[in-house]
Design a protein around this ligand. Structure first.
Ligand SMILES: O=C(O)c1[nH]c(=O)[nH]c(=O)c1I
Length: 312
Protein backbone atom coordinates (compact mmCIF):
# COMPACT_ATOMS: atom_id res chain seq x y z
CA UNK A 1 0.00 0.00 0.00
CA UNK A 2 1.18 3.51 -0.82
CA UNK A 3 0.04 6.70 0.94
CA UNK A 4 1.04 9.16 -1.77
CA UNK A 5 -1.41 12.05 -1.83
CA UNK A 6 -1.94 14.90 -4.27
CA UNK A 7 -3.28 18.11 -2.72
CA UNK A 8 -3.65 21.46 -4.48
CA UNK A 9 -1.29 20.40 -7.25
CA UNK A 10 1.44 19.19 -4.88
CA UNK A 11 2.43 15.53 -4.46
CA UNK A 12 3.00 14.43 -0.84
CA UNK A 13 4.48 11.11 0.38
CA UNK A 14 1.54 10.75 2.76
CA UNK A 15 -1.52 12.73 3.93
CA UNK A 16 -0.30 13.34 7.49
CA UNK A 17 0.58 16.74 8.91
CA UNK A 18 0.50 18.54 12.26
CA UNK A 19 -2.58 20.46 13.33
CA UNK A 20 -1.77 24.18 13.52
CA UNK A 21 -0.82 25.04 17.07
CA UNK A 22 0.92 21.75 17.86
CA UNK A 23 4.70 21.50 17.49
CA UNK A 24 4.89 24.56 15.22
CA UNK A 25 5.48 27.66 17.35
CA UNK A 26 9.25 28.05 16.75
CA UNK A 27 11.73 27.55 13.92
CA UNK A 28 13.16 24.57 15.80
CA UNK A 29 9.77 22.89 16.03
CA UNK A 30 9.02 23.66 12.37
CA UNK A 31 12.42 22.26 11.31
CA UNK A 32 11.68 19.08 13.29
CA UNK A 33 8.40 18.74 11.40
CA UNK A 34 10.23 19.35 8.11
CA UNK A 35 12.69 16.53 8.91
CA UNK A 36 9.95 14.20 10.23
CA UNK A 37 7.86 11.59 8.42
CA UNK A 38 4.99 14.06 8.19
CA UNK A 39 3.93 14.51 4.56
CA UNK A 40 3.28 18.23 5.08
CA UNK A 41 3.23 20.74 7.93
CA UNK A 42 1.66 24.02 9.01
CA UNK A 43 2.70 27.01 11.13
CA UNK A 44 1.08 28.15 14.37
CA UNK A 45 -1.82 30.54 13.69
CA UNK A 46 -0.29 34.01 13.55
CA UNK A 47 -1.41 37.50 14.56
CA UNK A 48 0.21 40.78 13.51
CA UNK A 49 2.21 41.11 16.70
CA UNK A 50 3.84 38.47 18.88
CA UNK A 51 1.56 37.17 21.65
CA UNK A 52 2.46 35.44 24.91
CA UNK A 53 -0.96 33.77 25.07
CA UNK A 54 -2.91 32.79 28.16
CA UNK A 55 -1.41 32.09 31.63
CA UNK A 56 -0.28 28.52 32.35
CA UNK A 57 -1.26 25.78 32.96
CA UNK A 58 -3.14 26.06 29.66
CA UNK A 59 -2.90 22.50 28.27
CA UNK A 60 -3.80 19.22 29.95
CA UNK A 61 -3.96 15.70 28.53
CA UNK A 62 -6.13 12.82 29.73
CA UNK A 63 -6.54 9.19 28.69
CA UNK A 64 -9.16 10.27 26.17
CA UNK A 65 -7.67 13.46 24.74
CA UNK A 66 -6.80 16.99 25.76
CA UNK A 67 -8.09 20.36 26.83
CA UNK A 68 -6.30 23.59 25.85
CA UNK A 69 -6.71 27.29 26.26
CA UNK A 70 -3.37 28.46 24.82
CA UNK A 71 -4.76 31.87 23.90
CA UNK A 72 -3.12 32.21 20.49
CA UNK A 73 0.53 32.46 21.59
CA UNK A 74 2.69 33.06 18.51
CA UNK A 75 5.82 34.85 17.32
CA UNK A 76 3.92 37.27 15.09
CA UNK A 77 3.17 36.61 11.41
CA UNK A 78 6.45 38.09 10.05
CA UNK A 79 8.40 35.36 11.91
CA UNK A 80 6.43 32.67 10.09
CA UNK A 81 6.42 34.51 6.76
CA UNK A 82 10.22 34.69 6.95
CA UNK A 83 10.31 30.95 7.64
CA UNK A 84 8.07 29.91 4.75
CA UNK A 85 9.71 32.26 2.22
CA UNK A 86 13.15 31.06 3.34
CA UNK A 87 11.95 27.46 3.02
CA UNK A 88 10.83 28.16 -0.56
CA UNK A 89 14.24 29.60 -1.45
CA UNK A 90 16.27 26.73 0.03
CA UNK A 91 14.06 23.64 -0.21
CA UNK A 92 12.48 24.05 -3.60
CA UNK A 93 10.53 20.81 -3.13
CA UNK A 94 7.30 22.77 -3.27
CA UNK A 95 6.46 21.56 0.22
CA UNK A 96 6.72 24.85 2.10
CA UNK A 97 4.60 24.69 5.24
CA UNK A 98 1.00 25.84 5.10
CA UNK A 99 0.68 29.30 6.65
CA UNK A 100 -1.96 29.70 9.37
CA UNK A 101 -3.52 33.12 10.04
CA UNK A 102 -5.75 34.03 13.01
CA UNK A 103 -6.22 37.77 13.19
CA UNK A 104 -8.01 39.12 16.26
CA UNK A 105 -10.39 41.09 14.03
CA UNK A 106 -11.68 41.13 10.48
CA UNK A 107 -9.37 44.02 9.64
CA UNK A 108 -6.36 42.22 11.09
CA UNK A 109 -7.14 39.15 9.00
CA UNK A 110 -7.48 41.30 5.87
CA UNK A 111 -4.24 43.15 6.58
CA UNK A 112 -2.24 39.97 7.12
CA UNK A 113 -3.69 38.32 4.01
CA UNK A 114 -2.88 41.43 1.94
CA UNK A 115 0.76 41.16 3.00
CA UNK A 116 0.79 37.43 2.18
CA UNK A 117 -0.76 38.18 -1.21
CA UNK A 118 2.02 40.73 -1.95
CA UNK A 119 4.75 38.43 -0.54
CA UNK A 120 6.85 35.82 -2.36
CA UNK A 121 5.03 33.03 -0.48
CA UNK A 122 3.49 30.69 -3.07
CA UNK A 123 2.20 28.03 -0.67
CA UNK A 124 -1.12 27.38 0.99
CA UNK A 125 -2.70 29.76 3.52
CA UNK A 126 -5.13 28.57 6.19
CA UNK A 127 -7.48 31.20 7.64
CA UNK A 128 -8.38 30.14 11.17
CA UNK A 129 -12.04 31.02 11.80
CA UNK A 130 -12.32 28.97 14.96
CA UNK A 131 -9.97 29.86 17.78
CA UNK A 132 -12.10 29.26 20.92
CA UNK A 133 -9.65 30.52 23.52
CA UNK A 134 -9.15 34.27 23.19
CA UNK A 135 -11.21 35.81 26.00
CA UNK A 136 -13.86 38.10 24.58
CA UNK A 137 -13.40 36.83 21.01
CA UNK A 138 -16.24 34.63 19.74
CA UNK A 139 -15.37 32.01 17.13
CA UNK A 140 -15.92 33.65 13.73
CA UNK A 141 -17.07 30.32 12.28
CA UNK A 142 -20.19 30.47 14.47
CA UNK A 143 -21.09 33.91 13.10
CA UNK A 144 -22.35 32.99 9.62
CA UNK A 145 -22.79 36.60 8.46
CA UNK A 146 -19.28 37.57 9.62
CA UNK A 147 -17.84 34.49 7.91
CA UNK A 148 -19.46 35.44 4.59
CA UNK A 149 -18.38 39.09 4.95
CA UNK A 150 -14.75 38.16 5.64
CA UNK A 151 -14.56 35.70 2.73
CA UNK A 152 -16.20 38.23 0.39
CA UNK A 153 -13.57 40.83 1.35
CA UNK A 154 -10.68 38.35 1.20
CA UNK A 155 -11.47 37.06 -2.28
CA UNK A 156 -11.59 40.60 -3.65
CA UNK A 157 -7.78 40.58 -3.53
CA UNK A 158 -6.45 37.18 -2.41
CA UNK A 159 -5.36 35.03 -5.38
CA UNK A 160 -3.26 32.34 -3.68
CA UNK A 161 -4.55 28.95 -2.41
CA UNK A 162 -6.68 29.57 0.70
CA UNK A 163 -8.32 27.13 3.11
CA UNK A 164 -10.42 27.83 6.19
CA UNK A 165 -10.13 26.11 9.61
CA UNK A 166 -13.68 25.57 10.81
CA UNK A 167 -15.12 24.95 14.26
CA UNK A 168 -17.23 21.80 14.66
CA UNK A 169 -20.94 22.19 13.82
CA UNK A 170 -23.62 20.07 15.44
CA UNK A 171 -26.78 20.79 13.45
CA UNK A 172 -27.81 19.88 9.88
CA UNK A 173 -29.17 23.39 9.38
CA UNK A 174 -25.71 24.76 10.20
CA UNK A 175 -23.97 22.28 7.86
CA UNK A 176 -26.31 23.50 5.09
CA UNK A 177 -25.96 27.23 5.86
CA UNK A 178 -22.17 27.13 6.14
CA UNK A 179 -21.71 24.91 3.06
CA UNK A 180 -23.92 27.27 1.04
CA UNK A 181 -21.73 30.20 2.09
CA UNK A 182 -18.44 28.41 1.40
CA UNK A 183 -19.62 27.20 -2.03
CA UNK A 184 -19.79 30.84 -3.14
CA UNK A 185 -16.01 31.21 -2.89
CA UNK A 186 -12.98 29.77 -4.74
CA UNK A 187 -11.70 28.10 -1.58
CA UNK A 188 -8.97 25.49 -1.87
CA UNK A 189 -10.22 23.52 1.14
CA UNK A 190 -12.00 23.44 4.46
CA UNK A 191 -10.28 21.99 7.51
CA UNK A 192 -12.75 20.18 9.77
CA UNK A 193 -12.50 20.46 12.79
CA UNK A 194 -10.86 22.74 15.28
CA UNK A 195 -11.11 21.71 18.96
CA UNK A 196 -14.61 21.42 20.42
CA UNK A 197 -14.74 24.82 22.09
CA UNK A 198 -15.12 25.57 25.76
CA UNK A 199 -15.32 22.16 27.29
CA UNK A 200 -14.55 21.69 30.98
CA UNK A 201 -12.34 18.97 32.48
CA UNK A 202 -12.79 18.39 36.21
CA UNK A 203 -10.26 16.59 38.38
CA UNK A 204 -12.41 14.86 40.99
CA UNK A 205 -9.47 14.14 43.31
CA UNK A 206 -8.52 17.79 43.71
CA UNK A 207 -12.08 18.94 43.06
CA UNK A 208 -10.60 21.45 40.64
CA UNK A 209 -10.28 22.44 37.01
CA UNK A 210 -6.92 21.61 35.40
CA UNK A 211 -6.12 24.69 33.29
CA UNK A 212 -5.86 28.30 34.50
CA UNK A 213 -7.45 30.43 31.73
CA UNK A 214 -11.20 31.05 31.63
CA UNK A 215 -11.82 29.21 34.92
CA UNK A 216 -10.82 25.94 33.32
CA UNK A 217 -12.82 26.11 30.07
CA UNK A 218 -10.92 25.10 26.94
CA UNK A 219 -10.92 23.44 23.53
CA UNK A 220 -11.34 19.67 23.63
CA UNK A 221 -9.30 17.40 21.36
CA UNK A 222 -8.44 13.72 20.96
CA UNK A 223 -10.61 10.60 21.22
CA UNK A 224 -13.40 12.70 22.76
CA UNK A 225 -14.07 14.46 19.45
CA UNK A 226 -13.51 11.88 16.68
CA UNK A 227 -17.25 11.27 16.01
CA UNK A 228 -17.78 15.03 15.75
CA UNK A 229 -14.75 15.44 13.51
CA UNK A 230 -15.85 12.59 11.20
CA UNK A 231 -19.36 14.02 11.01
CA UNK A 232 -18.05 17.44 9.96
CA UNK A 233 -15.63 15.95 7.40
CA UNK A 234 -18.50 13.90 5.90
CA UNK A 235 -21.06 16.72 6.08
CA UNK A 236 -18.85 19.15 4.17
CA UNK A 237 -17.44 16.52 1.79
CA UNK A 238 -20.99 15.73 0.69
CA UNK A 239 -22.13 19.38 0.51
CA UNK A 240 -19.20 21.33 -0.99
CA UNK A 241 -18.22 21.71 -4.64
CA UNK A 242 -15.75 18.90 -5.38
CA UNK A 243 -13.15 21.60 -6.13
CA UNK A 244 -13.13 22.44 -2.41
CA UNK A 245 -11.12 19.70 -0.68
CA UNK A 246 -11.48 18.63 2.95
CA UNK A 247 -8.72 18.28 5.52
CA UNK A 248 -9.65 15.96 8.38
CA UNK A 249 -8.59 16.95 11.91
CA UNK A 250 -9.78 15.53 15.20
CA UNK A 251 -9.17 12.28 17.05
CA UNK A 252 -6.52 10.83 14.72
CA UNK A 253 -4.31 8.68 16.95
CA UNK A 254 -4.11 5.44 14.92
CA UNK A 255 -4.04 4.13 11.36
CA UNK A 256 -7.67 3.17 11.76
CA UNK A 257 -8.64 6.72 12.81
CA UNK A 258 -6.84 8.00 9.72
CA UNK A 259 -8.66 5.43 7.54
CA UNK A 260 -12.01 6.57 8.93
CA UNK A 261 -11.29 10.22 8.09
CA UNK A 262 -10.25 9.26 4.55
CA UNK A 263 -13.37 7.12 4.16
CA UNK A 264 -15.45 10.19 5.11
CA UNK A 265 -13.76 12.18 2.34
CA UNK A 266 -10.69 13.84 3.82
CA UNK A 267 -7.57 14.37 1.70
CA UNK A 268 -4.92 15.64 4.14
CA UNK A 269 -5.03 14.53 7.78
CA UNK A 270 -3.95 16.76 10.67
CA UNK A 271 -2.80 15.40 14.01
CA UNK A 272 -3.00 17.47 17.20
CA UNK A 273 -3.32 15.78 20.60
CA UNK A 274 -1.54 12.58 19.53
CA UNK A 275 1.39 14.65 18.21
CA UNK A 276 1.50 16.75 21.38
CA UNK A 277 1.54 13.61 23.57
CA UNK A 278 3.74 11.28 21.47
CA UNK A 279 6.02 13.70 19.66
CA UNK A 280 7.29 13.65 16.09
CA UNK A 281 7.55 9.83 15.96
CA UNK A 282 3.76 9.66 15.82
CA UNK A 283 3.92 10.21 12.06
CA UNK A 284 6.03 7.08 11.48
CA UNK A 285 3.58 5.02 13.56
CA UNK A 286 0.49 6.43 11.83
CA UNK A 287 1.92 5.74 8.37
CA UNK A 288 2.81 2.15 9.29
CA UNK A 289 -0.62 1.55 10.80
CA UNK A 290 -2.54 3.12 7.90
CA UNK A 291 -0.60 0.98 5.42
CA UNK A 292 -1.46 -2.09 7.51
CA UNK A 293 -5.16 -1.25 7.50
CA UNK A 294 -5.11 -0.69 3.74
CA UNK A 295 -3.21 -3.92 3.08
CA UNK A 296 -5.62 -5.93 5.25
CA UNK A 297 -8.50 -4.49 3.23
CA UNK A 298 -6.79 -5.03 -0.12
CA UNK A 299 -6.37 -1.35 -1.00
CA UNK A 300 -3.20 -0.23 -2.79
CA UNK A 301 -3.90 3.49 -2.90
CA UNK A 302 -6.03 5.94 -0.88
CA UNK A 303 -7.92 6.97 -4.02
CA UNK A 304 -9.54 3.53 -4.11
CA UNK A 305 -11.57 4.24 -0.97
CA UNK A 306 -11.50 8.00 -0.27
CA UNK A 307 -15.01 9.24 0.44
CA UNK A 308 -16.54 5.78 -0.14
CA UNK A 309 -18.27 5.58 3.25
CA UNK A 310 -21.22 3.22 3.00
CA UNK A 311 -24.64 3.94 4.45
CA UNK A 312 -27.14 1.33 5.55
O1 LIG B 1 -5.69 28.59 22.16
C1 LIG B 1 -5.20 28.54 21.00
O2 LIG B 1 -4.17 29.14 20.63
C2 LIG B 1 -5.98 27.70 20.04
N1 LIG B 1 -6.41 26.50 20.51
C3 LIG B 1 -7.21 25.68 19.75
O3 LIG B 1 -7.60 24.58 20.18
N2 LIG B 1 -7.55 26.08 18.50
C4 LIG B 1 -7.15 27.26 17.96
O4 LIG B 1 -7.49 27.58 16.80
C5 LIG B 1 -6.31 28.10 18.76
I1 LIG B 1 -5.65 29.91 17.96
Amino acid sequence: AVLKTEFLGQKYENPFMNASGVHCLTVNELDELKRSKAGAFITKSATTLERAGNPEPRYYATALGSINSMGLPNKGFQYYLDYVVDYQKNDSDGKAPFFSVAGMSRDENINILKIIQRSDFQGVTELNLSCPNVPGKPQVGYDFQMTEQILTQVFEFFRKPLGVKLPPYFDFAHFDIVANILNKFPLAYVNCVNSVGNGLYVDAASESVVIKPKNGFGGIGGDYIKPTALANVRAFYTRLNPTIKVIGTGGIASGQDAFEHLLCGATMLQVGTALYEEGISVFERLEKELKEVMTQKGYKTIEEFRGQLRTL
